[in-house]
Design a protein around this ligand. Structure first.
Ligand code: MN3
Length: 201
């Protein structure tokens, strides 16, 4: 397949203000994500991994060098992250809302569980809402790992991911990761989470 490329955002860098500031979005997308893409392409050049999709790489990531794990995970995770964020906020509805209520009691129950997963993830990583055996679960991963990887402690199909690396929040929130995690729920694109939920079931 062709070399991996940085996907454009569906909204402006300032669209998630005041919850996520424009400067953070610009650096995060144009610098951090671009670096994952560039370093993934470098790590894959001339290897059999060059011909695999991202999903194929994730499923067999233990067979690849750490540079593919870190940068392939970084590319997959951020591509998902930009899509599940958006300026319109709102709430989950339909089957997804029912599944959230069933698994976590309420939307607030999900938020609490995911924020706790993000806050207790030491160092850098991600908090995830996944579909596992048809049901919703919350988990977290270190670094740029994700639940699609064969090395993940808890495997499943991610439908929402929250980046808890400091680069995702430090300019606005400094060391206050819980404040960033509280605010991010104002800019979740629930239509996209719902689309991924239906696809994953
Ligand atoms: Mn990031």
């Amino acid at each position: 397949m062709a070399a991996h490329t940085l996907p454009a955002l569906d909204y402006g860098f300032d669209a998630l203000e005041p919850h996520i500031d424009a400067q953070t979005m610009q650096i995060h997308h144009d610098k951090h994500h671009q670096a994952y893409v560039d370093n993934l392409n470098k790590a894959l050049a001339g290897t059999d991994g060059e011909h695999k999709t991202l999903e194929e790489l994730m499923a067999n990531i233990s067979a690849y060098p750490m540079a593919v794990r870190n940068n392939g995970g970084g590319h997959y995770n951020h591509t998902l992250f930009w899509k599940v964020l958006g300026p319109n906020g709102g709430q989950p509805s339909g089957d997804l809302a029912n599944a959230i209520n069933e698994a976590f009691g309420s939307l607030d129950g999900l938020k609490e569980k995911m924020n706790n997963a993000g806050i207790t993830r030491f160092g850098s990583g991600w908090a995830w809402l996944i579909v596992k055996d048809g049901k919703l679960e919350v988990t977290s991963t270190p670094n740029q790992d994700n639940p699609l990887m064969d090395v993940a402690d808890v495997k499943g199909h991610p439908i929402l991911g929250l980046d808890v690396w400091e680069h995702a929040y430090y300019l606005k929130y400094q060391n206050k990761r819980p404040d960033y995690l509280s605010a991010i729920w104002n800019v979740i694109n629930w239509e996209e989470v719902d689309r991924r939920y239906k696809a994953a079931r």
